[in-house]
Design a protein around this ligand. Structure first.
Ligand code: FAD
Length: 466
């Protein structure tokens, strides 16, 4: 991954807008450039585009959409931005959060109206930290369906996408203007391609173990459930170009990945009253703090595993998720009609488990917070039948990256934008603060799609000289 001098390079041909990466960010950017009247091409490393987008639940938070209005939900960009910033404990700048919040609703409406992407508003579950119902996703709640819908829209628009094309080098002139790229085909052949504007939509660095250890040591020993083709190339090129980086310690972890199946168990089971216990049967955290910060927390437990224990309400809420149905079908969900039976089934000491349940029952009556700060009087008490899934902690994707402005232009360390370089999604600094706890549900796809659209529109303006 290098930045090379553009002088003297003869490009095989040139496209006005070039996009690296065919996840949600790259595909949305391509559609936006196309709609702005520019010819655009997408280069994707994998033979079959999928990205971390396909691994996600496909849910995008957005404010003031037509779907929200139809349900009478009174959301606003200001409220959404306040939720984003609050989750980070003020570690994400408010103006950046507001740019994302303001552009999120129009982005969803545009994808629905102009590109026939079908979204539903999730109305049966308020995600923690979101003060309004604002999660939009495919009916299946799978990122794979979102990715396929975006790929179909790109194909309908007649946009060229070359799969199996791994971009290795950027060619840049003395002013910092990107003149083109060199990419490697699956058979090893190298090609050079010129461009007038370049969108970095090649996501973060979860797939580069050395970068994870350097920037986020706390999660370096946990399982990586992210997309392994995301090897931090945007950051590597950005460093060579003198671009500013920010929040490199930010990431989405997950403290509830079914083990050894490597499928995420929705946190809905926790918000419906569920708990986490370690291999000794002890609770170890306030589970309501969120799933992301529990990635490192669970990875630090004995044997690096824990058990999610929940009741039938959690089970029913989870059944709407494809991943949960798979976990269930694989036999990973253990069901017991008493605590005694549960302890036997999952091999935990009954006495410790019983003590935890007794303490919870007492806290539910008193309304007092537990030793970690969680209150149990706001949800129905855990009752048989009990459900349990063995889980580990994992890294899903990184949220730190290139600093961008309100048009998704990559910024130099002095705050000036580079002439024709845009970034979004996992390649850019997100709105999740600088650690794991700032990740509000949906932040990944939020910045992928919202910055993706902004980047595509701006790339088209740059390419056309407007
Ligand atoms: C298990 C899991 C669950 C998640 N759940 C959610 C969720 O429910 N909601 C949410 O909002 N977010 C979720 N996320 C995060 C979300 O998926 C990502 O934030 C989002 O998809 C990022 O989109 P992207 O387009 O930036 O990156 P990606 O979708 O990862 O796409 C990047 C693409 O760039 C390609 N690429 C990389 N380098 C190169 C190169 N040099 N040349 C060519 N191509 C390259 C990659 O192959 C990849 O296809 C989840 C992530 C994971 C892993």
């Amino acid at each position: 991954m290098s930045v090379l001098k553009a002088e003297g390079v003869n490009f095989d041909f040139e496209v006005p807008v070039l996009v690296i990466g065919a996840g949600a960010c790259g595909l949305v950017a391509a559609l936006a450039s196309h709609d702005a009247g520019e010819t655009v091409m997408v280069l994707e490393r994998d033979e079959r585009p999928s990205g971390s987008t396909s691994l996600s639940a496909g849910l995008i938070p957005a404010a003031c959409t037509q779907l929200q209005k139809a349900q009478g939900i009174d959301d606003s960009p200001e409220l959404f931005a306040a939720d984003l910033v609050a989750k980070t404990h003020d570690r994400t700048p408010h103006d950046q959060a507001l740019v994302i919040a303001k552009n999120s609703g129009p982005m969803i409406d545009w994808l629905m109206e102009h590109h026939q992407i079908c979204f539903e508003l999730v109305t049966d579950f308020l995600y923690p930290g979101h003060s309004r119902l604002r999660m939009h996703g495919p009916q299946s709640r799978t990122g794979a369906d979102l990715e396929q819908a975006l790929l179909a829209a790109v194909e309908r628009a007649g946009i060229d996408l070359i799969a199996g094309a791994s971009v290795e080098d950027l060619f840049v002139d003395k002013t910092g203007c990107v003149k083109g790229v060199r990419f490697r085909r699956r058979d090893g052949a190298l090609e050079v391609l010129g461009c007038k504007a370049l969108v970095l939509a090649c996501s973060g660095f979860a797939g580069d173990a050395n970068m994870v250890r350097r920037y986020i040591p706390e999660i370096a020993d946990a399982e990586c459930c992210g997309h392994l083709s995301n090897t931090g190339d945007a950051v590597k090129w950005g460093l060579d170009l003198g671009a500013a980086l920010a929040d490199m310690g930010a990431y989405q972890g997950h403290g509830s990945v079914a083990h050894p199946h490597s499928l995420p168990l929705t946190w809905a089971v926790i918000t419906k009253g569920g708990i986490l216990v370690n291999a000794e049967g002890q609770r170890f955290s306030n589970e309501m703090r969120g799933y992301s910060e529990h990635g490192a927390e669970v990875a630090a437990q004995p044997g690096h595993v824990a058990w999610d224990i929940y009741n039938s309400q959690g089970h029913e809420a989870a059944m709407q998720f494809h991943d949960y149905r798979s976990i269930h079908a694989l036999g990973a969900v253990k069901i017991a009609s008493s605590l005694d039976e549960l302890a036997h089934l999952i091999g935990l000491p009954l006495s410790t488990l019983q003590a935890e349940f007794d303490a919870i029952a007492q806290l539910a009556r008193s309304g007092e917070p537990d030793r970690f700060g969680r209150r149990f009087n706001e949800v129905p008490p855990l009752q048989a039948p009990y459900y349990a899934v063995k889980v580990n902690g994992a890294l899903f994707h990184t949220q730190g990256g290139l600093m961008v402005d309100q048009d998704a232009r990559v910024l130099r360390e002095n705050g000036e934008p580079l002439p024709n370089l845009l970034a979004g999604g996992g390649a850019a600094r997100g709105v999740s603060g600088d650690s794991s706890y700032g990740y509000l549900s949906g932040n990944g796809l939020l910045t992928a799609t919202t910055y993706g659209r902004l980047a595509g529109m701006m790339a088209a303006r740059i390419a056309s000289g407007r």
